[in-house]
Design a protein around this ligand. Structure first.
Ligand code: B12
Length: 447
């Protein structure tokens, strides 16, 4: 079968571009059995003519659309659902006989709703699709028998998570032929465009986060040797020198990341990498090992920046642990980026003061070390099914009529300006290490 793998619009024009790792994983499972073609609308200068060209030139029998992002977050109010509708309408017109199949994280979060919203789509698959998509392509006449399939009008929860978590040892490494990595190199100024998986799933139950429903509630680890094989393949086969580990939390379990680092060092592999780290359990010894293995930037996402916020979000972290991790990160010399959510429903003058104090301490520790910190403050984007969203609805703090498919942020007065006040803190010259000490020269937050 001729199968077009299509990455839907997932970034704003000129925005950071991420390699379509999900589709590369699916391509690896489909190659040899189907004729494959790839199209990433985020690379095409004019996406719609590129869709028409692919439909006319390739005449796909199935189009597999990866709908990764619903919206760009970070306070943006635009939605990627309208371009998805345009895409589906265009495909229906140019490839009338092709089956339009949708999947990806954005789809899995709103599966049934998106099928209603975009009637041109035929069906969708929630969750990891390495096994279900090949099966679906064999059973297009009896799709209801495929695990994870979502058909229009089907009853059941809109949120994913009902799929059995895959056995990772049954997966083939990503295919880099359909989407050549070269097209993604050197495009971004902030994020490493190539992603590598060291694990899937998250055992934490943070009240605002749906990662466990997307990838499962336990951690499934790729063997360290296989992870480093992948890094090696990217480095030597595709000249990739920087990757981002896509794990929800990279440094837990700690022994797994340590084993990966030792393997990188043992093989003498020179590749930079970034990832999201938990603050608890971070040690200077581990940071030193990570740095020697190529760690280029530490991303933290404690999200809560006051004791009440950490408790409300269910982070299982204390302010002390966050400060301690920040001191270690500052001293390590590694670029560090801290993400926080502010003006949560527990915000009071006291919690806002705690947040400001924490931010100042982190900035000061970093400035003193000559390693300026980058801090990102956002507001909560509630998702249906998250326990925190349910409690906001129950308390009447979120109107039940609010359509959560489109970007909505919880940011009521009187702390609705807090995010901006805190963001301004980070650009003070002394916090950038530009006055009162040795200038670090370059002020840049990520590779
Ligand atoms: C790692 C990650 C990042 C990294 C990516 C680094 C890199 N170079 O790859 C960074 C930190 C840079 C990042 C940035 C962003 N991200 Co992000 N990211 C993730 C994360 C944690 C994992 C994604 C991943 O690569 N998984 C591994 C691959 C293999 O899985 P996958 O893509 O999901 O594909 C599988 C399935 O979805 C399915 N599938 C995929 N496509 C298709 C297609 C079909 C037809 C089918 C049947 C199945 C299918 O099968 C695949 C194989 O199993 C997810 C959350 C999560 N746990 O999923 C958020 C997530 C996808 N990101 C999200 C968002 C919003 C963003 C940003 C907009 C945030 C921002 N403001 O910067 C940007 C956008 C970047 C971009 N241009 O796309 C949201 C999307 C939902 C939403 N609200 O829109 C998520 C779900 C997190 C969240 N907040 O809930 N992200």
């Amino acid at each position: 079968m001729r199968v077009l793998l299509l990455q839907a619009v997932s970034t704003i024009p000129g925005g950071e571009c991420v390699y379509p790792l999900g589709l590369a994983r699916l391509a690896a499972m489909l190659k040899g059995k189907h004729e494959l073609r790839g199209l990433d609308l985020n690379l095409a200068p004019y996406p719609w003519p590129a869709v028409i060209e692919a439909a006319d030139g390739f005449q796909p029998q199935a189009v597999c659309i990866s709908f990764r992002n619903l919206d760009p977050l970070a306070g943006n109010l635009i939605s990627f659902v309208p371009p998805l509708k345009t895409l589906a309408t265009l495909l229906r017109h140019c490839a009338p006989r092709a089956r339009l199949i949708i999947g990806g994280a954005g789809f899995s979060l709103f599966a049934r709703r998106l099928l209603e919203e975009v009637p041109e789509l035929d069906l969708g698959l929630i969750g990891e699709a390495e096994q279900s998509l090949p099966l679906l392509l064999r059973r297009l006449d009896t799709p209801a028998t495929v695990p994870g399939v979502v058909l229009r009008g089907m009853k059941g929860p809109a949120i994913g998570g009902r799929c059995r978590a895959l056995d990772l040892s049954a997966l083939s490494p990503p295919d880099y032929v359909v989407f050549p990595p070269a097209a993604y190199q050197a495009r971004n100024s902030y994020v490493a465009s190539m992603g590598v998986e060291a694990k899937r799933g998250c055992p934490r139950r943070c009240s605002y986060c749906l990662y466990p429903s997307l990838q499962g509630g336990g951690q499934r680890l790729f063997p360290p040797g296989a992870v480093v094989d992948e890094l090696e393949r990217l480095r030597h086969g595709y000249n990739v020198n920087m990757v981002h580990f896509t794990d929800p939390v990279l440094n837990q379990p700690a022994a797994h990341l340590r084993a990966i680092c030792r393997e990188i060092i043992g093989r003498g592999l020179a590749i930079g990498w970034t990832g999201f780290f938990r603050e608890d359990g971070l040690t200077s010894g581990d940071l030193d090992l990570y740095r020697r293995a190529g760690l280029a930037a530490l991303y933290f996402s404690a999200d809560g920046a006051s004791e009440p916020a950490l408790k409300l979000l269910g982070k299982g972290l204390t302010l002390g642990q966050i400060e301690r991790a920040a001191q270690l990160a500052a001293a390590s010399g590694v670029i560090s980026v801290y993400h926080f959510l502010v003006n949560l429903p527990c915000e009071t003058p006291n919690s806002a003061a705690q947040t400001k104090r924490l931010a100042e301490r982190i900035l000061e520790d970093h400035a003193k070390a000559g390693n300026p910190a980058a801090m990102v403050f956002n507001n909560l984007r509630p998702y249906p099914g998250a326990p925190l969203t349910d409690s906001l609805l129950a308390a009447g703090l979120l109107d039940r009529r609010t359509d959560l498919l489109y970007p909505v942020y919880f940011n009521p007065p009187p702390f609705d300006g807090l995010r901006h006040q805190l963001n301004a803190l980070c650009t003070k010259p002394e916090h950038l290490g530009l006055v009162g000490g040795e200038s670090p020269g370059v002020v840049k937050c990520a590779p």
